[in-house]
Design a protein around this ligand. Structure first.
Ligand code: ATP
Length: 338
């Protein structure tokens, strides 16, 4: 469904400098997959999505999406994909159902076909009761469902969603996910989405691709990435300063790397906490060091990012690595229908 090779995109900014937003990414996504595309602010997620949806020409590299070249045949790509950008796709002046009919007409459906299709997507996204309302009167979650409905009018086999659940309350987020998962189960739609919510990517997506500074740094199932790159965490609380120092030295000998120390708490990473914790406690006891509390936790995708980059995703969100000028010419509009 998606085959990209060496896709890059640079932007010229004021003063003649260039921002390398995407630096040579390769992506292969097979039909029916649900892929979460993760990365901190400014990592290159939206730029990648805009290239794959043919909204933005790449500086170099190639990609076929839904069987067509994004540069040579953007019209054929747009006819076969749906794109739900970060901003709302519907206008304010028409009723929800009319927005959907107009979208269908833009994609070349006859008026009768567009009406049938509007009713189908209204039912699919549980929007029937809101069909006569204007988009401006809908709640955030309802509007997001309308955005998804708009992206589905022409029955695309591949749907790109740029942060579909951002800014919604937990209940609306769960509801959006229910619809996304249903789309895949009932229609086999291939889904490629960006999200800031690591927990969502972890539990919902079968595959996670992590991008940082415009390069793909990890690609696999969440479980694979966590066990290969992060490992379990053991947290031990010690009684005294000298116990803490001894516990840290023993942890370093056992794992081959320095543990993290906060006050009288030592944290270490191990492949399997279930077997490593008893071993560590025995080593502490033989050294006459008493732990007063011990706990273990499974790794998260944030731990994977930390292991790969030395930063947490959350830290990276607040301190974007590259400072750029204004994002001129940026667009989140849906692709122009063919
Ligand atoms: N039109 C543009 N002009 C100049 N720089 C741009 C433009 N569009 C994007 N950039 C820069 O390219 C880099 C990647 O931006 P992009 O929007 O792809 O990141 P992102 O991962 O989607 O971030 P976010 O999570 O904040 O949406 C950033 O440094 C951004 O400032």
């Amino acid at each position: 469904m998606i085959h990209a090779r060496g896709l890059t995109r640079s932007f010229k900014i004021k003063g003649g400098a260039a921002v390398d937003a995407v630096r040579g990414i390769d992506i292969d996504v097979e039909a029916g997959q649900l892929v979460a595309f993760l990365g901190p602010n400014g990592a290159g997620k939206s730029t990648s999505l805009r290239m794959l949806t043919s909204l933005l020409p790449p500086t170099s590299g190639t990609a076929t999406v839904a069987g067509h070249d994004i540069v040579k045949n953007p019209g054929a790509v747009r006819a076969r994909i749906g794109y739900i950008g970060q901003k709302n796709g519907a206008g304010e002046n028409f009723r929800v159902r009319d927005e959907l009919v107009t979208q269908g007409r833009c994609y070349g459906l006859t008026r009768a076909e567009a009406r049938v299709r509007a009713d189908e997507v209204l039912a699919q996204l549980d929007l029937e009761a809101l069909a006569a309302r204007k988009p401006g009167t809908l709640s955030g979650g309802q509007r997001r469902r309308l955005d998804i409905a708009l992206g589905l009018v022409h029955r695309p086999g591949l749907l790109f969603l740029d942060e579909p659940s951002t800014g919604l309350d937990p209940q609306s987020r769960a509801n959006i996910w229910e619809h996304i998962l249903r789309l895949r189960a009932d229609h086999g739609t291939t889904l490629f989405l960006t999200t800031h919510y690591l927990e969502e990517a972890d539990s919902m997506a079968e595959r996670v691709i992590i991008i940082d500074h415009g390069r793909i740094i990890a690609d696999g199932t969440a479980a694979q990435l966590k066990s290969d790159l992060a490992g379990d965490r053991i947290t031990i609380t010690l009684a005294t300063e000298s116990d803490t120092a001894r516990a840290a030295a023993i942890a370093e000998r056992m794992t081959g790397s320095a543990p993290s120390l906060t006050g009288d708490v030592v944290q270490l990473r191990v492949a399997h906490a279930g077997t490593a914790l008893p071993e560590y406690l025995r080593a502490l006891e033989s050294a006459g060091t008493k732990a007063i509390a011990a706990e273990t936790s499974r790794p998260t995708l944030d731990d994977v990012f930390l292991a790969l980059t030395g930063r947490t995703l959350r830290e990276s969100e607040t301190t974007p690595a590259d400072l750029t000028g204004p994002a001129e010419g940026r667009s989140t509009a849906a692709p122009a229908p063919v």
